[in-house]
Design a protein around this ligand. Structure first.
Ligand code: GDP
Length: 626
């Protein structure tokens, strides 16, 4: 162990004394899981672990590290210390962690969650001002989302400014009865849920567009689920009522079957007939949006340094990085020091959605922000801080956080650790996204799942649908911390990529009993992890290739997905499985490669198998612990 200098010893002694005094005040409960920032002080770690700083200092000394109570230690060290106290550490999620407070010397920052940042708790009532609602337009393709956004924009932008409309910045503000409404102009539930999966919550009201001549369609149903999963109220715009064959009653009937019952039939959902083409019904729609927004009592405190979310960002010639931000609390001003993700800079200019220069932007104002040295990511948080030095410190912490987070991904629910998450009280609902091959099997699966009763966990079906698992399903699962169940269907390639990226557990089944059995066991903590094979891709043999000393390999073209070296290959001929074994190597031209994607040709060596014929199919599977 390291030997202390007299000064160090004195310092440790005083800290021991301080720690001992503070010890009584510590609560007895200790979590078994904790999320830690990339670096923190000894004191902060003690708070996270509910132990005294002295205990932390002792433990660090045991590991040969001399630290005082205010010393910064890195995540890895903190995690090791946490472990000795029986607490499992995971890194704080990059996109949810934001800065709360800054120490005197402006080099130390403390992280807090996004929901805490935007929480109105603790704000004085007189500081809170009503703010405009933020609206996202959703609905089935071709039902008129874009047309409706354009129509509203053309007719409802405040008088006198309409002429100034320039290019779209990702959001715009309209006026109705002297009140403002903000429309996000990237329509669709995919964009909405992608933002949510990144932790961003900007939408207050969802406008669901349904074409009166077409009725409720698959993406209409998807949109309803996505809005409901986010807890965002829905206002229905029954569009294209000008068209022959328009049948608003049929739309209302269809929506009622999905839980949206119109007010005129005794339900709760506001439905407004509109025509984006003739620009009729728009004022009524906006009034209804305001009405629904009023029920939520939307407020913000403009008298604070600004914080909000990046809606859109890109690089522009001559202007550099251009980011559209939505101010969600406080007031953003030209000259402010701002940090966005791991980027920091000074606000050089602010423009509104008509390209006019602004001096400041209040809550619920979309604004183009210029002055960042780099392009941030949509969904990132931006925050104004007191100085450039603070901004730099935070940006550095975020970059480090990103590195640490990359090492160990944010925890998402999996069957394997469901029981332990339930035990810790971290999970009360088991959210599921169900996809099946037919309505019949979907219904049967759903009924069986809902029969599983457990006092600790409630099964909630966030979304159900027929067809392959898509990227949008995975984003919804990620945003709702749900498991994805694929019943007699496969995830498509984008969905698999998204699942890998977002760490969503996709479970593939063909037998209902296996689904209910696995989930029932997982809840009761009896789940035995098994090895599951996840389909990756498919290739067709063009020709066998004989290679001296190696043997015969398959010259193939990858048709779907990807083939990876080291995965499991299933070789089949005329739909009959011939062989199953590991892919020993992949070659493109002369090079050994790790993976080959659809559309490309390559050579595949399958260990233990050499009998290839033209037309044979090789499918590649990754083996995961399930
Ligand atoms: P999106 O895919 O939901 O964004 O739909 P679009 O806005 O691109 O509209 C799809 C098609 O429907 C276009 O050809 C529009 O001109 C047409 N359309 C949209 N709204 C109306 C409407 O109110 N009446 C009629 N007759 N056509 C409409």
């Amino acid at each position: 162990m390291a030997v202390l200098t007299p000064e160090q010893e004195a310092s440790v002694r005083t800290q021991f004394a301080a720690g001992a005094a503070a010890a009584d005040a510590k609560p007895a409960v200790r979590e078994t899981q904790v999320q830690l920032p990339p670096s923190l002080t000894v004191k902060e770690l003690a708070d996270y672990l509910h132990v005294t700083a002295v205990e932390i200092i002792k433990e660090l000394m045991r590991n040969g590290i001399m630290a005082n109570i205010n010393q910064q230690i890195d995540y890895e060290t903190a995690a090791i210390v946490a472990d000795t106290f029986g607490v499992q550490a995971s890194p704080m999620a990059m996109d949810t962690a934001v800065v709360e407070a800054v120490a005197e010397d402006q080099t130390q920052v403390k992280m807090t969650s996004r929901s805490e940042l935007f929480s109105l708790e603790g704000e004085a009532a007189e500081d809170l001002k009503t703010r405009p609602p933020v609206v996202t337009v959703m609905g089935h393709v071709d039902h008129g989302k874009t047309s409706l956004l354009d129509a509203v924009r053309q007719t409802k932008v405040a008088a006198g400014e309409a002429g100034g409309i320039t290019q779209s910045i990702g959001a715009y503000t309209v006026e109705e009865r002297n009140r403002r409404i903000v429309f996000l102009d990237t329509p669709g539930h995919e964009a909405f849920t992608a933002m949510r999966a990144r932790g961003a919550q900007v939408t207050d009201v969802a406008v669901l567009v349904v074409a009166a001549d077409d009725g409720v369609m698959p993406q209409t149903v998807e949109a309803i689920s996505h809005a409901k999963a986010a807890g965002v109220p829905i206002v229905v715009a029954i569009n294209k009522i000008d068209k022959e064959g328009a049948n608003p009653d049929r739309v209302m009937q269809g929506l009622s079957e999905h839980g949206l019952v119109p007010e005129k039939w005794g339900g709760q959902t506001v439905m407004v007939p509109v025509s984006a083409k003739l620009k009729t019904g728009l004022s009524e729609l906006l009034e209804m949006i305001l009405l629904v927004a009023d029920l939520q009592d939307l407020k913000a405190n403009p008298a604070k340094p600004a914080a909000g979310t990046v809606i859109d960002a890109h690089l522009e010639k001559g202007r550099g990085a251009v980011a559209t931000v939505l101010v969600q609390s406080g007031t953003l001003r030209v000259g402010d020091n701002v940090v966005v993700g791991h980027i920091f800079g000074k606000v050089r200019a602010l423009l509104n959605d008509q390209g006019k220069k602004l001096k400041e932007a209040q809550p619920a104002t979309p604004a183009v922000l210029m002055g960042l040295p780099d392009v941030p990511t949509a969904g990132d948080i931006f925050q104004v801080v007191s100085s450039e030095k603070v901004a730099r410190t935070i940006a550095g912490q975020r970059a480090e956080l990103r590195r640490v987070a990359a090492l160990s991904k944010t925890r998402r629910i999996t069957l394997a650790d469901l029981a332990s998450q339930v035990e810790q009280g971290a999970v009360k609902d088991l959210n599921l996204v169900l996809k099946a091959d037919s309505n019949g099997s979907l219904e049967a699966l759903k009924q069986s799942l809902l029969k599983i009763q457990d006092p600790k966990v409630q099964i909630k079906i966030v979304y159900e649908g027929v067809g392959p698992v898509t990227e949008s399903d995975i984003l919804l699962a990620a945003a709702s911390n749900a498991l994805a169940i694929a019943f007699s269907v496969k995830p498509d390639v984008q969905a698999q990529r998204a699942a890998e990226r977002e760490k969503v557990d996709i479970r593939q089944y063909d037998v209902i009993y296996n689904v209910t059995n696995d989930i029932g066991n997982a809840i009761r903590g009896l789940y035995e992890p098994t090895f599951v094979q996840v389909w990756e891709g498919r290739a067709e043999v063009i020709t066998p290739i004989r290679i001296p000393k190696v043997g015969t390999i398959a010259g193939v073209r990858v048709q779907e997905g990807k083939i990876t070296s080291g995965s499991v290959a299933k070789v089949s001929r005329a739909n009959q499985l011939l062989f199953e074994g590991p892919i020993g190597g992949l070659k493109r031209f002369k090079d050994d490669v790790k993976e080959v994607t659809a559309g490309l040709e390559c050579g595949i060596r399958v260990d233990g198998h050499q009998d290839f014929q033209q037309g044979d199919i090789i499918e590649s599977f990754q083996v995961h612990q399930g």
